[in-house]
Design a binder for this molecule. Structure first.
Ligand SMILES: [Zn+2]
Ligand SMILES: [Zn+2]
Length: 235
């Protein structure tokens, strides 16, 4: 019975490779062999604060150099580009949730050295406003946090931070506008006692979302806030 159900599910919703979107012949794989050989995690000189690529002689990216950050540190696994944009769009809007299994696995493997250093005690996804979540059907960050929790053994909490204000789309706003747009957009639902939190999201761009998250988590009593995302976008 179980086998028949699995078989039908595979026929209807075959698992696909998150990068080339072709059907995976081996269901146990999270990515096809060809793509596994061609995608590369971010490497080279990275901003010591937010993990964005910087020039060899630089310690910090322009944004981190010019301002205080609420988060202690953060890293992203892959450089954002057209390939990743397409992959994440399918993950977020077109029902390819299994892509998230690969993303979270990559976060746990390539992010291991950071996770070992930061020692987060709680994984927290960036929340969506309830109306947006209803429309989209799921929160991509929560999916990633849940899977990362499975791979790392660190608990996750989907209800700790709540999005209380709908915010305009961030895409066309600059860093200052983004920050203002997000101010007071989140609320922490309970007091924290000295917990180290890791915020999980899909893409890190200007860091304004992470700043807003870190600000409210620290206000609620978090000791430190770190972040880990699948991709780092350009400014
Ligand atoms: Zn592929
Ligand atoms: Zn930086």
């Amino acid at each position: 019975m179980r086998k028949t159900a699995d078989f039908l599910l595979d026929m209807l919703y075959p698992k696909k490779c998150p990068m080339c979107h072709e059907v995976l012949k081996d269901k146990k794989l999270l990515i096809c062999e060809r793509c596994a050989g061609r995608i590369r995690p971010i490497s080279g000189a990275l901003c010591m604060k937010c993990g964005k690529p910087v020039k060899m002689e630089e310690e910090y990216c322009p944004v981190c150099r010019n301002g205080n950050r609420y988060f202690s540190e953060g890293r992203s696994i892959f450089p954002y580009g057209e390939l990743w944009r397409q992959s994440l769009v399918r993950f977020k809007y077109y029902g390819c949730r299994e892509y998230g299994d690969f993303y979270a696995k990559a976060m746990s493997v390539y992010g291991r050295k950071y996770l070992e250093r930061w020692k987060p005690q709680l994984l927290v996804p960036v929340p969506l406003h309830p109306s947006k979540k209803r429309m989209r059907g799921f929160n991509q960050s929560a999916y990633l946090a849940e899977k990362l929790s499975v791979f790392t053994g660190t608990p996750w909490d989907d209800s700790l931070v709540i999005k209380i204000r709908r915010t305009r789309s961030q895409k066309k706003l600059d860093a200052v506008q983004r920050r203002n747009n997000l101010r007071k957009a989140y609320r922490v639902s309970r007091k924290l006692s000295d917990v180290t939190v890791l915020v999980v999201d899909d893409v890190y761009t200007t860091g304004s979302t992470m700043e807003a998250m870190a600000m409210c988590l620290l206000e609620a009593g978090a000791r430190d806030v770190y972040f880990l995302t699948v991709c780092a976008g350009r400014l």
